[in-house]
Design a protein around this ligand. Structure first.
Ligand code: G4P
Ligand code: NA
Ligand code: NA
Length: 191
C-alpha cells in the first residue's frame, strides 16, 4: 500500500534494529483518513473470503479494524488483554507472551461474541513474533469457528511471525512489509 509506505518513510522512526515508532499516525496520534484507506485495502483483499466477523486486539488494532468493519459491513470484536472479572465459564481465555515487551497477558473473548459458524478475519497494527495473532487464533478455534485470514498494517518481515503463521496454514496479508530497520534505516520487502 503505497500511501502507507510513504507515510512510514516520512513519519516513522526506527528506534533501533527492531522497533519502528509510528506514534504520529497509528499508535498514538491516529490518521483516520489513512486508516480508512487501510480499511479499503483489507476489504478489497478479504471480500471474497466469506468473513462473518472481524477481530482485533486492544488497543492499536482498533482504528484500522473499525475502518475495515464499516466498509465490509461486518461486526467487529475487540479482544481484551486482561483476565475476565466475570464468570470464567462465559469466556475463552489464553495466555500470550510478548517478546517485545517481555510480559505475559491474558487474551479474553466473551463466548457471546462468537459462534462455531463464524469465519473470522483477525486484524492488528503490527506483526512481530506472531504471538498475539496466534493467541487470537486459539480463541477462535476453541470456539469451533474458523480463521478466514490475518490482516496486518505493518509487518516486520525480519521477525518470525509471518512465517510461523504461514507454516500453520493461515493466510497473512500485510499492507507494509519491512525488511530492515536501523538508525535512520527503513527498508521494505521488494514485492
Ligand atoms: P507479536 O504479537 O507479533 O509477538 O508481537 P509482540 O507481542 O512482540 O508485540 C507487543 C506489542 O508491541 C504489541 O502492541 C505490538 O503491536 C507492538 N509492537 C511490536 N513491534 C513493534 C514495533 O516495531 N513498533 C511499534 N510501534 N509497536 C510494535 P501492544 O503493546 O500489545 O498493544 P497496543 O499498542 O496495540 O495497545
Ligand atoms: Na498491537
Ligand atoms: Na502496539
Amino acid at each position: 500500500m503505497k500511501s502507507l509506505k510513504d507515510r512510514i518513510l516520512k513519519d516513522g522512526m526506527a528506534l533501533n534494529e527492531t522497533v519502528l515508532k509510528v506514534d504520529s499516525f497509528l499508535n498514538h496520534g491516529v490518521d483516520a483518513q489513512l486508516m480508512y484507506e487501510v480499511g479499503t485495502e483489507f476489504k478489497n483483499y478479504f471480500m471474497d473470503h466469506g468473513v462473518t466477523k472481524i477481530f482485533t486486539i486492544e488497543s492499536s488494532g482498533i482504528a484500522p479494524t473499525v475502518m475495515t468493519a464499516i466498509q465490509m459491513d461486518l461486526p467487529m470484536v475487540t479482544l481484551k488483554k486482561q483476565a475476565s472479572k466475570v464468570l470464567k465459564d462465559d469466556v475463552y481465555q489464553t495466555t500470550v507472551h510478548s517478546f517485545t515487551k517481555a510480559t505475559d497477558y491474558e487474551l479474553t473473548l466473551s463466548k457471546k461474541y462468537i459462534s462455531n459458524e463464524d469465519k473470522v478475519l483477525i486484524i492488528d497494527d503490527f506483526l512481530a513474533n506472531g504471538e498475539a495473532a496466534l493467541g487470537a487464533i486459539r480463541l477462535v478455534e476453541e470456539a469451533g469457528a474458523q480463521v478466514a485470514g490475518i490482516g496486518i498494517v505493518i509487518e516486520k518481515s525480519f521477525q518470525p511471525g509471518r512465517q510461523l503463521l504461514m507454516d500453520k496454514g493461515y493466510e497473512v496479508y500485510s499492507l507494509a512489509r519491512i525488511n530492515k530497520l536501523g538508525k535512520g534505516i527503513i527498508e521494505f520487502v521488494e514485492e
